[in-house]
Design a protein around this ligand. Structure first.
Ligand code: ADP
Ligand code: GN1
Ligand code: MG
Length: 369
């Protein structure tokens, strides 16, 4: 429930802003934090009421963001700029919640759908670069902000528990979707098993790489800054690749009701893979490359299962605009997985092609054949 103006003006008065506040209003399409745009007579800011039920350890969450943004800035990258409170802290807490402010990154756009393939290729390159940057960052300083975040078997257990409870009697409205996730149980452990047995490397990953978490320049449409840094944690490269594909390689919005409009685009898959793999070519392992299509499927399965779980428990996690919103979101994810399965041979061929492309050495190309 968005806060009223007087309460927001009161909160914002605790931050060191330039100028006099003219307006504060809801902003953006994130599902987790309450985001507001603050306009003063001198500049703009983003105010966020952090979601403390999802991220209960605000102190360490903000410490992570402070560390990562300082590192990115030192690398010469445009990144989030935390505005401190009048007490010099990175966030402000009062009975209404925990609040933070970032400088608004001006002259940028965040997309909820890919406008054309070149924008998505560029997003892939930016997330690939981001992962290269993080590889040089001392991850031992980071606190895990959400345990088991992309642990799909763990998510499946949560889903089964929600189904078992069915506390709102909603299972009857989503039987085909429930059966779909139950039928895919054999897929869920693949990435976690790989991380467990060392056949997949543990890296430092963003973990929430949907297209609206990257700001593109409003004129050139080139990637400017990667935002929403709340979930930077150890993980697999497949999480970041997969989540971007899940959201961006769809021909429709994540909550499109007309499923005839929802398709998995192999052209967009190729564009993103070209950008992402192009940047990670020196470090991507053969096993990671082989599993890129599976990574996309896994993240789409996992996210759809999370939407369905939230629908079953009564919408306690993702922000919704209407009662069936999470079910609608789940249905687009099911449709995308079905098309990914049907197009598996094509996506595998695309990955082989991209891996054998200009950035790979001759030795690497031979290894893959
Ligand atoms: P959530 O965790 O709820 O997704 P985000 O941190 O991603 O919240 O913010 C929501 C949206 O607000 C983003 O998708 C983006 O459009 C916008 N946004 C966030 N921070 C900034 C910023 N510093 N400058 C410009 N836009 C921003
Ligand atoms: C959430 O925070 P936001 O809206 O960028 C979620 C992601 C989901 C995504 C689905 C911390 O992302 O994991 O993939 O919604 N973030 C968190 O749109 O749970
Ligand atoms: Mg976001």
């Amino acid at each position: 429930m968005p806060m009223d103006d007087a309460a927001l003006f009161q909160v914002i008065s605790h931050f060191r802003l330039q100028g006099t506040v003219r307006s504060v209003g809801p902003y953006g399409d994130g599902h987790i934090n309450e985001t507001y745009l603050v306009v003063t007579n001198e500049r703009r800011y983003i105010l966020q009421k952090m979601n403390t039920s999802i991220f209960p350890d605000t102190k360490h969450l903000m410490r992570n963001i402070e560390l990562v943004t300082a590192f990115m800035r030192a690398e010469g990258k445009e990144t989030l700029d935390i505005v401190r409170t009048t007490d010099g802290a990175t966030y402000f807490e009062d009975p209404t919640g925990a609040w933070r402010v970032y400088k608004f990154i001006e002259h940028t756009i965040s997309y909820n759908m890919v406008p054309d393939a070149s924008v998505f290729r560029d997003a892939g390159a930016a997330f690939g670069d981001f992962q290269n940057d993080l590889a040089r960052f001392d991850a031992s300083q980071l606190t895990e902000t959400i345990a088991h975040f992309h642990d799909t078997p763990h998510r499946f257990e949560d889903f089964k528990a929600a189904l078992n409870d069915d506390r709102l009697g909603r299972a009857t409205f989503c039987r085909p979707e429930i059966d779909f996730y139950l039928a895919h149980a054999d897929v869920y452990p693949v990435i976690m098993d790989g991380l467990g047995d060392g056949s997949l490397p543990l890296r430092v990953t963003h973990n929430d790489t949907k297209l609206n978490n990257i700001l593109m320049d409003a004129t050139t449409h080139k990637a400017r800054a990667i935002i929403d840094l709340d979930t930077i944690m150890p993980g697999s490269m497949l999480f970041d690749f997969g989540d971007s594909i899940r959201f961006g390689a769809s021909t429709a919005l994540e909550d499109e009701k007309d499923l005839d409009k929802v398709h998995f685009s192999t052209d967009l898959f190729r564009a993103y893979a070209e950008g992402f793999v192009g940047k990670l070519r020196p470090s991507i392992t053969e096993r990671e490359a082989e599993l890129l299509p599976l990574g996309a499927r896994m993240m789409t399965l996992e996210c759809g299962m999370r939407f369905l779980t939230d629908y079953l428990v009564g919408d306690t996690y993702f922000a919704i605009d209407y009662p069936e919103h999470n079910l609608v979101r789940c249905r687009t994810q099911v449709k995308l997985v079905q098309e990914m399965e049907a197009k598996d041979a094509q996506t595998k061929a695309i990955v082989e092609d991209v891996m054998g492309g200009a950035d790979g050495s001759e030795a690497d190309k031979k290894e893959l054949r």
